[in-house]
Design a protein around this ligand. Structure first.
Ligand SMILES: Cc1cc2nc3c(=O)[nH]c(=O)nc-3n(C[C@H](O)[C@H](O)[C@H](O)COP(=O)(O)OP(=O)(O)OC[C@H]3O[C@@H](n4cnc5c(N)ncnc54)[C@H](O)[C@@H]3O)c2cc1C
Length: 418
């Protein structure tokens, strides 16, 4: 059923508030509540109406998100599924795949992970060597993926694998929806230097994928991969959480359990971003505010963080007006790395030798030490800083493209290690 919302923010807000008042029931299960939201179009308002959305613009969809949050009711899950799988499916998948996977992603019934990187293919993702072979009505997958966040908990993986070795490397890749829970898929957790285990290695040994689970045409997966990567690089903002309506009801009890499980692999992400928010408080607590070096570094980080936030807001405002994405978007990801590293340096100046402690004796019960060993990940995840600089150089500054002599060779002939 469509709620027939127009693009006017006040009209959308009013209509949704009335709908929530009439439809909210704290004793529903989370699944029942999300299905109710979806049926009315409010769970995923930017989706096309034929798939359960309202066809709203990104700006109007943001009004819906804010209204749900202000009303204290849960919306669709914050997940790899909603942020990466859904936009890629909407743009590239067959109607059959959309019908099977969009709705359960939005209700949280299925959990996704991203299976792109390999031991020999990270920045050079198009050099991947996981093999996909068609065998009757199914694809058989053999190879290894690595650094796959949340793979242990996932029901489905967004998988890139090579289905044609006789064409240049970008042209022989297919994009699959891989069922994770099968004998051909083995997930092994990796422990990181900050103690968390958010990543995994994923070994694929004859893993089976139904023939229909290909996004787009076989061999044309690179286009769909670019869509996923574009959404990954944009994935900076997190949804604010307002107060909860009927916090003891069943809907919120189940929503909190889900949030806790979903946030487990990302618990260290605030530390990865450098915890700029803690700098002044830490400098005051450590009695370091009269040290000119500390003052200078803290002011430098705060100024950079503030200007990055304004730049992101300018980019969002331009998008809301329907303007094409400008250089602000590309700069955003690099800015988060630069700021995280600068914040980590400032924290180490403030903490001094105590920053080398770990456990409960360390400043803020180990949070500061966790910043030092987590910040390097910010410059790698979703494309490294060097790769971001290459993109900026080529696409924003218009400099000549990186030389890639193997680009047009059939992949089988490209020299590789191993
Ligand atoms: C927190 C986190 C979460 C992640 N989650 C996932 C996930 O869920 N799924 C997934 O598939 N992957 C995931 N990754 C993997 C991530 O995408 C890769 O680590 C990343 O793309 C870099 O690849 P690599 O590690 O193989 O490094 P490499 O590509 O081997 O790079 C090594 C170094 O060489 C530099 N370099 C490489 N090529 C160039 C070039 N052309 N020009 C200049 N310098 C270059 C790099 O910048 C880097 O410094 C995650 C990584 C992190 C840190």
């Amino acid at each position: 059923m469509s709620s027939g919302a127009s693009g006017d923010p006040e009209e959308i807000r009013g209509r949704l508030e009335r709908w929530i008042d009439a439809s909210w029931d704290p004793d529903l299960s989370l699944l029942q509540w999300r299905r109710r939201l979806l049926d009315a179009g409010w769970a995923c308002p930017s989706w096309p109406p034929e798939w359960g959305g309202l066809g709203l613009s990104a700006a109007s969809a943001e009004t819906v998100t804010e209204t749900l949050s202000d009303a204290g009711v849960p919306g669709a899950p914050e997940s790899v599924g909603m942020h990466l799988a859904v936009p890629t499916l909407l743009e590239h998948a067959s109607d059959d795949l959309k019908a099977r996977f969009l709705r359960p992603s939005a209700t949280g019934e299925i959990v996704w992970c991203q299976l792109f990187s390999e031991p020999g293919a990270g920045s050079d993702l198009a050099g991947l060597t996981t093999r996909a072979e068609l065998d009757g009505d199914q694809w058989l997958i053999t190879g290894q993926k690595v650094w796959n966040t949340g793979a242990l908990q996932a029901d489905y993986g967004l998988l890139l694998a090579r289905s044609d070795w006789d064409v240049p490397k970008h042209r022989g890749i297919s994009y699959f929806v891989l069922p994770m829970r099968q004998v051909g898929v083995e997930v092994r957790p990796l422990r990181q230097m900050n103690g968390h285990t958010s990543f995994n290695e994923v070994f694929l040994d004859g893993a089976v994928i139904p023939r229909a689970n290909v996004l787009g045409e076989p061999g044309e997966g690179w286009r769909s991969a670019l869509t996923t990567l574009a959404h990954e690089r944009r994935l900076a903002a997190t949804r604010r959480t307002g107060s909860r309506r009927d916090p003891d009801g069943r809907v919120w009890r189940e929503a909190l359990t889900e949030q806790l499980a979903a946030s487990e692999p990302h618990k260290w992400y605030p530390q990865r971003a450098g915890r700029v928010d803690l700098l002044v408080e830490r400098a005051l607590a450590a009695g370091r505010t009269s040290d000119p070096l500390v003052r200078q570094e803290v002011a430098r980080v705060l100024a950079a963080a503030r200007s990055a936030k304004w730049t992101a807001q300018r980019a969002a405002a331009a998008r809301a007006l329907g303007r094409a994405p400008g250089p602000e978007g590309s700069l955003g990801k690099l800015a988060t790395s630069v700021i995280a590293r600068a914040a980590s340096r400032a924290h180490s100046l403030i903490a001094g030798a105590s920053g080398m402690l770990s456990g409960t004796d360390a400043p803020l019960e180990g949070t500061i030490t966790e910043i030092f060993v987590s910040v390097p990940g910010q410059s790698i995840a979703g494309g490294t800083d060097e790769i971001q600089r290459n993109i900026l150089a080529e696409r924003v500054l218009g400099l000549p493209k990186e030389v890639a002599p193997e680009k047009d060779l059939p992949f089988r002939l490209v020299p590789r290690n191993g």
